[in-house]
Design a protein around this ligand. Structure first.
Ligand SMILES: [Zn+2]
Ligand SMILES: [Zn+2]
Length: 262
């Protein structure tokens, strides 16, 4: 299998001591490329630094830069100027992650919405796709995306955890839908019913490392090698082989982010 992990926070401090081992296990599992999204300024800088370095024999690393809705309050003009500067680096292939998180509500909702609008305009300006985080905010997210419009380069609803109605709306907006480890969870029947409605050419897979480790690793710190379990879980949902699912999602990631996937 040739796999792309389209969302892994290898910029998270958890990985510093053993990044080389994590990358070696990913290569062993067939992962050819990993996209590392930022969640604040420091992690965005680190994502770029990781992607800029050559890791011999390891999967190719690419970066996205953005400020997570949890930290929307730090998304001011100065922060946006830093993101704009980082976006000029050739290994930065997307804006994100950004979006709305009404589950944890760590930032006021109007700040989250303002930050999302600013990220969308940054993506339009730099002609990059956008990586969207959504938790319990379907109605506001869709309303805002419809009003603002998506960048021409498109985008992805990452770590999709919604229902079939949300999947349908995302597809209508020309978004890709990215499945993470929950697709392997026993209690995720509604999620599987949503994911089965997404055509093969609109699917991505990710680990969202270090979170959401798939079965049989559930509860442990996640890592990109385990995107293979996500591929197997999603293949079962779609009644196809893991190899076919891996080939389709790898091609989709290459197309959306303009990256080499092997
Ligand atoms: Zn997220
Ligand atoms: Zn994330």
């Amino acid at each position: 299998m040739r796999l792309v992990d389209s969302h892994a926070h290898l910029n998270h401090p958890d990985y510093h001591p053993e990044l080389d081992a994590v990358l070696a296990r990913a290569a062993e599992a067939g992962v050819t490329a990993i996209l590392v999204p930022g969640y604040d300024l420091e992690s965005s800088r680190q994502a770029v630094a990781l992607a800029a370095r050559d890791h011999a024999g390891a999967p190719a690393l690419y970066a996205a830069v953005g400020i997570h809705p949890h930290d929307a309050e730090m998304c001011d003009d100065a922060a946006l100027a830093v993101l704009r500067e980082l976006l000029a680096h050739p290994r930065v292939v997307a804006v994100g992650e950004t979006g709305l998180d009404y589950y944890r509500d760590r930032s006021p909702r109007e700040k989250q919405q303002a930050a999302l609008r600013a990220h969308l305009s940054l993506a339009r300006e730099t002609d990059k796709p956008i990586i969207l985080h959504n938790r319990d905010a379907d109605a506001d997210l869709l309303r805002l995306l419809r009003a603002e419009g998506l960048p021409a380069a498109g985008g992805v609803l990452h770590c999709f955890s919604g229902d079939a109605a949300l999947a349908e709306e995302a597809l209508a907006l020309r978004l890709m839908v990215s499945a993470a480890g929950q697709v392997t969870f026993k209690n995720a029947a509604p999620l599987r019913q949503a994911l089965v409605t997404v055509p093969h050419d609109r699917l991505l897979i990710e680990t969202d490392s270090p979170y959401l480790a798939p079965v049989p690793h559930r509860g442990r710190r996640n890592e990109p090698a385990w995107v293979a379990e996500v591929a197997r879980g999603l293949a079962a949902v779609h009644g196809t082989t893991p190899e076919a699912l891996a080939a389709a999602t790898t091609e989709n990631a290459g197309r959306l982010f303009g990256i080499r996937t092997g």
